[in-house]
Design a protein around this ligand. Structure first.
Ligand SMILES: C[S@@+](CC[C@H](N)C(=O)[O-])C[C@H]1O[C@@H](n2cnc3c(N)ncnc32)[C@H](O)[C@@H]1O
Length: 647
């Protein structure tokens, strides 16, 4: 009974607070817009501006009636905010003067040359990750020639008609929750109940809907404006909600909930350390849950603890007694990690994940990485390497193999069939005959100053020979981790230069700029470039032959007469919507190209489109590729571009 009364009281407080926070926010926002506007147009003869008439969110209270309009005042030009008293009655309103913006004031912005917007990205993205059913907007809105009906018919829905997040509402709702917790003392559990009730009758979003959705999660993913609230104090000076509220609400101290949440955010590809990786999404899995089923453990928890060496600090998982672990966590088969030390891997994961303690990280690893640690036998490794060179380097694949038994013709091993190496993320034994083991010390040599360099172009580096970049976990002898290994025995003057075969991973590219060229925009060297220098990576959406929004992309390509597709193997890398400045490299036709792509360049088991210079290019020279006849046959025929000046 008491509980019921309390939740009723809390609900009433929450409703009232929500309404007042809304009013405070709207009042601040109108003033903020006005202030920003007067900064942009200081000489404006008009007094003050507010361009926006807010959509008032529905709440349990009726919207306030507008205060009476004074003679000569137009309703369109006024915005009002108001407050509620404790009984929900509307208090006195505040009038905020609005000003009409004169269209001529915009003339101070010169129009930018035509440019197709692209989402900047530093990695390819699997097209399956993108919502292909909803059209985000209508492209070329002012162009009557654009076939908008045909374009929209490629989608099931349009974004502006479907459910959308309202950025203003998010700030208002977060502030309401913050005040309920910080000022009214509602606990996480109380808040959860109250907000669920509020969500049933208003636009209030639930605090937590899934691993990665709900109000608190969404707010934790963005910057909030520094609102000056009704008491004159800005958000930045107010006590925030505890950070863990955004992570495992409503049970902040539940390690298992943390682990469960984190489990789905790590990429199943063990060579990839990306959180929410958008490259290796498996078609069979909705999210990033490991794409393989756990294998039978070869080690018990106790054996693992015995082998793991000394604890790395007082939070180290090695100090936990396995018997004290939660029952349900114990059921999960025991782990193993890489051939390096267990604690350093846990450390690595804790630094990239959102679990803060090593203990949680350990639990996390225990569930996500059901591999088995096998110590490498140096002798065997050497023998294996010799044999492995017979495998063709041209059929490397990304999909990890996952089958019982060794990778031979008898099992359905994808690597065997593709005549490729097994990569780090393959689920076969670490001693598998097909595994790529990286390069070795033979690719290190002193330069003329006696300084050691590793894996330079032209060296005998096994990775270079196989058209692969060195891997930090495998190529330890060439300093791929850039740990400045010393070679005192060689009498060198100091630390060796780190591995020279890591261009894509380290982002060591030449500089170029985008400006007008003969064919629309083009890429021009902003420094002298030598033949062999890496220009960058061609990045885009990885689209399969049968992916759905190919039709919409085609309409856009045709209309704009610009096509950003690049074929790699059986898929297409399309930089129409997502990419980096390498999308502006034009075809050299009818001239001779000075750059080339390498679609067989393998980085951590993944093929990536490397672009490198084939000739010396002077600063200011245009970077060009050879698109090939097939490109022009498949896409629009070359159009005659007018040479235009200006950048
Ligand atoms: C990858 S984009 C290159 C960047 C493009 N110029 C831009 O402004 O965004 C490829 C498109 O550029 C144009 N293009 C590139 N090289 C060309 C050439 N040699 N002749 C005619 N058009 C070319 C074509 O429209 C082609 O579809």
């Amino acid at each position: 009974m008491e509980d019921l009364q309390k939740s009723d009281r809390d609900f009433k407080t929450a409703k009232l607070l929500y309404a007042n926070v809304q009013a405070e926010y709207l009042s601040w926002k109108a003033k903020d817009i006005a202030e920003t506007w007067s900064r942009v147009f200081p000489e404006s003869t008009t007094n003050i501006v507010a361009l926006e008439r807010f959509r008032l969110p529905a709440n349990t209270y009726d919207p306030a009636p507008n205060p009476p309009i004074k003679p000569g005042e137009s309703e369109d030009k006024c915005l009002f905010s108001w407050t509620y008293d404790e009984d929900g009655n509307i208090g006195p309103g505040e009038r905020i003067p609005l000003v009409v913006v004169k269209p001529t004031e915009f003339a101070t912005f010169p129009p930018h040359p035509p440019y197709q917007f692209v989402t900047p990205a530093s990695r390819n993205m699997n097209a399956r990750m993108i919502d292909i059913k909803t059209a985000p907007f209508i492209p070329f809105p002012a162009d009557p020639e654009f076939p908008r009906e045909q374009y929209l018919s490629s989608f099931e829905d349009v974004q502006w008609r479907s459910d959308q997040r309202d950025a203003d509402e998010e700030v208002i709702q977060y502030e309401t929750v913050r005040r309920l917790h910080v000022e009214h003392g509602l606990s996480a559990e109380d808040l959860n109940i109250v907000i669920q009730n509020l969500a049933a009758t208003t636009f209030f979003r639930e605090l937590r809907l899934s691993n990665a959705s709900g109000l608190l999660w969404d707010v934790s993913q963005r910057d909030l404006p520094d609102v000056i609230w009704g008491d004159g104090v800005p958000s930045s000076r107010k006590t925030p909600l505890p950070p863990h509220f955004a992570q495992a609400f409503p049970t902040p101290n539940d390690v298992f909930a943390h682990v469960n949440k984190g489990r789905t955010t790590f990429c199943f590809n063990l060579s990839c350390l990306h959180h929410y990786c958008h490259v290796h999404v498996s078609p069979e899995w909705d999210m990033h849950t490991p794409a393989v089923s756990p294998k039978d453990p070869h080690l018990t928890s106790e054996q693992f603890f015995e082998q793991s060496g000394d604890p790395c600090g007082e939070d180290c998982f090695l100090l936990i007694n396995p018997d004290d672990m939660e029952d349900d966590a114990d059921d999960i088969c025991f782990l193993v990690i890489w051939p390096s030390s267990a604690s350093s891997d846990a450390d690595r994961y804790s630094s990239i994940g959102d679990s803060s303690s090593m203990t949680e990280t350990f639990c996390h690893l225990k569930i996500t990485i059901p591999l088995v640690l096998v110590k490498r036998n140096a002798e065997k490794t050497r023998r294996r390497r010799k044999r492995r060179t017979r495998i063709s380097p041209f059929d490397l694949i990304v999909t990890p193999c996952d089958h019982p038994g060794p990778c031979t013709s008898r099992v359905n091993c994808e690597c065997f069939r593709a005549k490729s190496f097994c990569e780090q993320n393959c689920r076969c034994s670490p001693t598998c005959e097909r595994r790529w083991m990286g390069c070795n010390a033979t690719c290190s040599k002193p330069n003329w100053r006696g300084r050691y360099t590793h894996c330079q172009s032209g060296s005998k580096c096994a990775c270079r020979v196989m058209n692969r970049e060195c891997e930090v976990d495998l190529c330890t002898s060439c300093d791929a981790r850039d740990e400045h290994v010393h070679y005192p025995e060689a009498g060198g003057p100091g630390p060796a230069a780190p591995c020279q075969n890591m261009d894509l991973q380290r982002g060591e590219f030449k500089c170029f700029e985008i400006r007008r060229s003969q064919y629309g925009l083009g890429a021009f060297a902003s420094e002298n470039i030598r033949a062999g220098d890496v220009i960058g990576e061609y990045i885009g959406e990885l689209v399969g032959e049968h992916d759905a929004n190919i039709n919409a992309a085609e309409i856009l390509h045709k209309h704009a007469k610009l096509n950003y597709e690049y074929g790699i193997g059986f898929s297409i890398c399309d930089a129409q919507w997502l990419g980096n400045p390498t999308r502006f490299l034009n075809d050299a036709m009818p001239g001779v190209p000075n750059c080339q792509t390498d679609g067989e360049h393998t980085v951590n088991g993944e093929k990536r489109l490397l672009i490198y210079a084939t000739k010396n290019i002077k600063k200011g020279g245009e970077l060009t590729l050879a698109y090939g006849e097939a490109y022009w046959e498949a896409h629009n025929a070359p159009v005659t571009w007018k040479k235009t000046t200006g950048h």
